[in-house]
Ligand binder design. Structure first.
Ligand SMILES: [Zn+2]
Length: 298
């Protein structure tokens, strides 16, 4: 974190310029000495800081909260993102992203560009056999239904509100739950390769209370989706949403505001599910992120 901060300070254009000047004049200096000089400069003249600070890692699937000065405009690649009044913004790295990510900030006409390398991950291969065949390869009659449901889900995920709950700490949705499925796994259902698994599966008894991981607003409440059964989506601001799936009972209504820790429903086995469990997900708009990067559970 500290090094990250130092680097971000030094990657702003003012500092790159000073760095260059020092280098030309005293090229015998080592990098460490250079950092020290720049840090002292930053302490003496804090107004020159156009620094971006990131909480999170530039690893596939990771969720990242950025902090900049208020009234700065931020672009993640070519996408302009919301910046809160106090300078917070959110984004994430997709499961398979390989190319570098470019973060551009503009404040008072001054442009600052940071390029970050993305660290790759290895994902598990998960085989599940014995699923009812019609749930693995859905019959033609349900294509329309699935299409409609996907649209409802993607609409909820595209909400771009001014809420800023995303910058708070998440809490696990269940107590003492056993993790049975992780993010990114390539699923092979009844021998057929399928979409990767984008959630965290928690095994728990049917009827176990589920608690909201974070404050938010319910943007989708569906009792019976083909794949995910009883499903809830919450908006936490700036395109960050969470999903709860396969629920037995749902206690919230669409548009309802919930507090972290509030009971929102119970664990079930609805939709395409082989047993009672809760599947939770985390998104930055259409990008599916690893909920583990915010939950910190082993
Ligand atoms: Zn799952």
């Amino acid at each position: 974190m500290f090094l990250e901060r130092v680097w971000n300070v030094c990657s702003s254009s003012v500092y790159q310029f000073i760095y260059l000047l020092i280098k030309i004049k005293y090229n015998k200096f080592k990098i460490k000495t250079m950092f020290r000089i720049l840090l002292i400069f930053a302490f003496l003249f804090p107004s020159t800081l156009n620094a971006l600070v990131f909480d999170g890692k530039f690893i596939q699937g990771h969720f990242i909260v950025g902090k900049t000065q208020p009234e700065t405009e931020i672009w993640i690649d070519k996408k302009k993102v919301k910046v809160s009044k106090d300078g917070f913004f959110a984004f994430g790295i997709g499961r398979d992203r390989k190319y570098d990510i470019v973060i551009t900030s503009i404040k008072n006409g001054k442009k600052n560009r940071i390029t970050k390398k993305i660290q790759k991950r290895k994902y598990k291969i998960q085989r599940i056999d014995g699923l009812p065949e019609k749930k693995v390869t859905p019959p033609k009659e349900v294509y329309e239904r699935i299409k409609k449901e996907n649209k409802i889900i993607s609409d909820a995920r595209s909400v771009n509100s001014n809420l800023t709950f995303f910058k708070n700490k998440f809490k696990p949705p269940l107590e003492n739950a056993i993790i049975t499925g992780v993010y990114g796994s390539q699923r092979i259902l009844n021998g057929k390769p399928k979409w990767p698994h984008y959630g965290i599966d928690f095994a728990a008894k049917e009827g176990t209370q589920i608690k909201a991981m974070l404050d938010g607003t319910a943007t989708m409440v569906e009792k019976d989706l083909f794949y995910t059964g009883g499903t809830l989506i919450f908006d936490h601001g700036h395109g960050i949403s969470t999903l709860y799936m396969h629920m037995q009972k749902i206690y919230v209504k669409k548009g309802q505001k919930v507090k972290q820790g509030e009971v929102i429903g119970t664990v079930g086995s609805t939709g395409r599910s082989t047993g009672a469990h809760l599947d939770v997900r985390l998104n930055w708009f259409g990008t599916r992120l690893d909920p583990m990067t915010v939950l910190n559970i082993k």
